[in-house]
Design a protein around this ligand. Structure first.
Ligand code: ADP
Ligand code: MN
Ligand code: MN
Ligand code: MN
Length: 369
């Protein structure tokens, strides 16, 4: 990896051994640092700020409601700028360790209505109505690492790597870039309490994937968002940039998705394949609704990615098939053989809001809306 680009990264050149002196200072008993995290007005960016607590929180209800300047995050006008943070989920903080916490929040406007990019609010309502069906989600989060010039990490400055083929699940210094970040993120997520189920190098060099799940109901969105925060934060320590753009490089390079694996209790039971097929039939009749929910720009981002090439389906057509990676919905080979299991919706983009994706799936397949 040509290191000259990282030398320009302010975070990479700070001396981490010096930082260690301060991070090992004893602090007064009972003080807890809580980093409140929220989704900003773009619907993809994540923000966070930290406050001190005098107690160790166990439930989100115990935590104070807080606020921030929404005019600086695309979430409010300057003259009426306070946006409220309502804590909804608590995770262990893998950066500060100890009793320190990451606190995921929903955002509410001055009039206590959800902000435009608070997609969790209605997702919770759908999950509550659907809870007897025990909906499970497993999301494959793909992403790309960039240097400070926004060039994929390890790519030649004035040229391109060799064509795709050797990089997917690759090993070796000429196949994958910055595995350190992947390993650090994996461990940090497990420490935090996120149900990460695996990771792999992707088809485009500098592109990676990790999977979160299966998670029941709303927790898929909570866990995926916090895992994204942790990824940005780990990469920051290494002086590297993470992008969730679904098509970071034009041309013969794979895009990035967030394949969403989904099942209900009935699909997981003997003969559940019938339920899987029923769900696929309902999904086929709601293609447009799902495309609108599957990226933060209502389908515009996925237009660049869902071309029908590079292991994607066309954004304009719905299709389904066993083991077919060129379809909208894939039934994994093993599930077809077992006649039960789950389906994979391959359409969500890497920068999707998992609350919107999970809500659309539940409303279409369980609530019959
Ligand atoms: P792929 O073969 O498409 O690359 P992965 O192994 O990357 O699949 O991801 C599969 C995902 O499906 C994992 O997140 C896993 O937790 C999830 N999963 C497994 N079983 C179920 C299930 N019954 N319902 C929902 N998700 C599931
Ligand atoms: Mn995968
Ligand atoms: Mn993948
Ligand atoms: Mn997949």
């Amino acid at each position: 990896m040509p290191n000259h680009t990282l030398e320009h990264s302010p975070n990479a050149v700070l001396n981490k051994a010096v930082l260690h002196n301060y991070m090992t200072l004893p602090i007064p008993d009972g003080k807890v640092q809580a980093t409140y995290i929220w989704i900003d007005g773009s619907g993809e960016g994540i923000r966070g700020k930290t406050r001190t607590l005098d107690f160790v929180p166990n439930k989100p209800e115990e935590l104070p409601i807080w606020n921030f300047d929404g005019s600086s995050t695309g979430q409010a006008e300057g003259h009426n700028s306070d946006v409220y943070l309502y804590p909804v989920a608590i995770f262990k903080d893998p950066f500060l360790r100890g009793n320190n916490k990451l606190v995921l929040c929903e955002t509410y406007k001055y009039n206590k209505k959800p902000t435009d990019t608070n997609k969790r609010n209605t997702c919770v309502q759908a999950m509550e109505l659907a809870k007897d069906h025990k909906p499970w989600f497993g999301i494959e989060q793909e992403y790309t690492l960039l240097d400070m010039d926004k060039r994929p990490l390890g790519w030649p400055k004035n040229g391109f790597p060799g064509p795709q083929g050797p990089y997917y699940c690759g090993v070796g210094a000429d196949k994958v870039y910055a595995r350190d970040i992947v390993e650090a993120h994996y461990r940090a997520c497990l420490y935090a309490g996120i149900n990460v189920s695996g990771t792999n190098a992707e088809v485009m060099p500098a592109q990676w994937e990790y999977q979160v799940g299966p998670c029941e109901g709303i927790s898929i969105g909570d866990q995926l968002w916090v895992s994204r925060y942790i990824l940005h934060r780990v990469a920051e320590d290494f002086g590297v940039v993470v992008t969730f753009d679904p098509k970071p490089m034009e041309g013969d390079w794979n895009g990035a998705g967030a394949h969403t694996n989904y099942s209900t209790k009935a699909m997981r039971e003997e003969g559940g394949i019938i339920e899987i097929e029923k769900a696929i039939d309902k999904l086929s009749r709601n293609h447009l609704r799902h495309i609108q929910a599957y990226d933060p720009k209502g389908g515009k981002d996925n237009e660049r990615r869902l071309t029908g090439k590079h292991e994607t389906s066309s954004i304009h057509d719905f299709s389904a098939g066993v083991a077919n990676r060129g379809a909208s919905i894939r039934i994994p080979r093993g599930c077809a053989e077992d006649k039960k299991g789950y389906l994979e919706d391959r359409r969500p983009s890497s920068n999707c809001d998992p609350y919107s994706v999970a809500e659309a799936i539940v409303r279409t397949t369980i609530l019959n809306e």
